[in-house]
Design a protein around this ligand. Structure first.
Ligand SMILES: [Zn+2]
Length: 415
């Protein structure tokens, strides 16, 4: 007997990939998830934000149950563009399965993970229609884009309505090479700065009549690079990778070899731990450059950052999720705060959030693909998490036990 589309993560992931939902297009993906959840008894709601921009973002909130505790299962249905479609082994929105892998844009980031969340939730409520608590499926259509009218806005509205949650599990791809190896408990923050040095333009043969901004810019950048940000703040957080400043571009744009240029610019990005905020870091760097270069021929500005550093201190829920991962895969997941930003940063402002999902090797690439075995294993892990969280001791009666601990190895080559 084949499973209905809703509880089979492979059918669901395939159907989702066939919805071309490149940000900000909905592409049918959210509608499919909404219908699937509604038919299983979830009360669904559309939260639409950004109408004023002309490209409104649709977000789905679907709830099963009215009691506490509330566990959010979160994901996004939008995907990054496929790039040159002709370069793909299979068309990016066809959802083709070959040699145990499902191909398509979003296979791992994160229609695959989303399908696993939904399938697990549906299996769980089918087995336990009257469980003690609530599952809230939260799906945004604006994660890969500017992320202005997605998760951040929905959470703000939920807080205003007085809808708290206890934990959030977000199914971003977290595992570098094997399912089960990495559980994300936080992320470093991100801040981008622009440094501009103004000089005086002139003839290279008469440097005394000009002031070249390039050596000053290089000196200032050296000052920034030479500082270990983790030694500035006492009590460096051990849950984070080292803070890091990376220069991303230096621009002078001077095409003429006998002219000293007027201006030189550089941009840098910093990934920082939770001992810093964007504000404290910006203030510190202003101070540092000011003392290194008191004559002050530069301007330093910072772009708006909505990416604070955050960490969910490991607790009983972390242990529960980790145990569910180990039971399925045999792996003891590393607790990590690595990687770029994700919507977890928004959830972290209202409650505790963990991220666990598929092997991310092919995300955002040509030929993005996911091992079928991983989709099935991840669904069982999520189902186990729900059982451990909501049922406590009663979990032995669950359907996933029948599958046993079939450790998925098909992803070893990562497609
Ligand atoms: Zn993603």
């Amino acid at each position: 007997m084949t499973e209905p589309i809703s509880t089979d993560p492979v059918s669901l992931a395939t159907a989702l990939i066939r919805c071309p939902s490149v940000t900000p297009e909905e592409g049918g993906a959210l509608v499919l998830v909404e219908r699937t959840l509604r038919e299983a008894g979830f009360v669904t709601r559309w939260d639409i934000f950004g109408q004023e921009t002309g490209t409104p973002v649709t977000n789905l909130v679907a709830r099963y149950g009215t009691r506490k505790p509330v566990l959010i299962l979160a994901g996004h249905s939008d995907v990054v563009p496929p790039g040159p479609e002709a370069a793909w082994r299979h068309p990016p929105f066809a959802g083709i399965i070959e040699n145990g892998f499902l191909y398509g844009r979003g296979a791992v980031d994160m229609k695959g993970g989303l399908a696993c969340l939904v399938a697990a939730a549906l299996r769980f409520v089918k087995q336990n229609p009257d469980f003690d608590g609530s599952i809230l499926c939260f799906v945004t259509g604006d994660e890969e884009g500017p992320a202005l009218h997605g998760t951040a806005k929905v959470l703000e509205a939920m807080a205003q309505r007085g809808e708290p949650f206890d934990y959030c599990l977000l199914a971003e791809p977290t595992c570098p090479d094997r399912l089960g190896t990495t559980l994300k408990i936080g992320r470093r923050g991100s801040l981008t700065g622009d440094l501009i040095v103004n000089g005086v333009q002139g003839h290279v043969a008469y440097p005394e009549r000009a002031q070249n901004p390039i050596p000053i810019l290089l000196r200032l950048l050296r000052v920034l690079l030479d500082e270990n940000l983790d030694q500035v703040q006492v009590g460096r957080s051990t849950l984070f990778d080292p803070s890091h400043l990376e220069i991303t571009t230096i621009d002078v744009g001077n095409p003429t070899p006998n002219v000293i240029p007027e201006q030189a610019k550089a941009t840098f990005n910093i990934r920082f731990n939770d001992l810093w905020t964007a504000q404290s870091l910006a203030a510190h760097l202003h101070q540092r450059l000011k003392s290194a270069c008191p004559e002050n021929p530069y301007t330093l500005t910072f772009r708006h950052s909505n990416a604070p550093a955050f960490v969910t201190e490991p607790d009983a829920f972390t242990a529960l999720v980790s145990d569910a991962i180990t039971a399925e895969t045999g792996e003891v997941p590393a607790l990590s705060t690595s990687g770029g930003t994700s919507d977890a940063r928004f959830f972290s402002q209202y409650g505790k959030v963990l991220e666990f999902g598929l092997v991310g090797q092919t995300m955002h690439q040509i030929d993005e693909c996911v091992a079928i075995a991983d989709l099935e294993a991840l669904t069982r892990i999520f189902e186990d998490v729900l059982a451990r969280y909501f049922l406590k001791e009663e979990k032995s009666s669950l359907s996933f036990k029948a599958h046993g601990n079939t450790h998925a190895t098909a992803n070893a080559e990562g497609g």
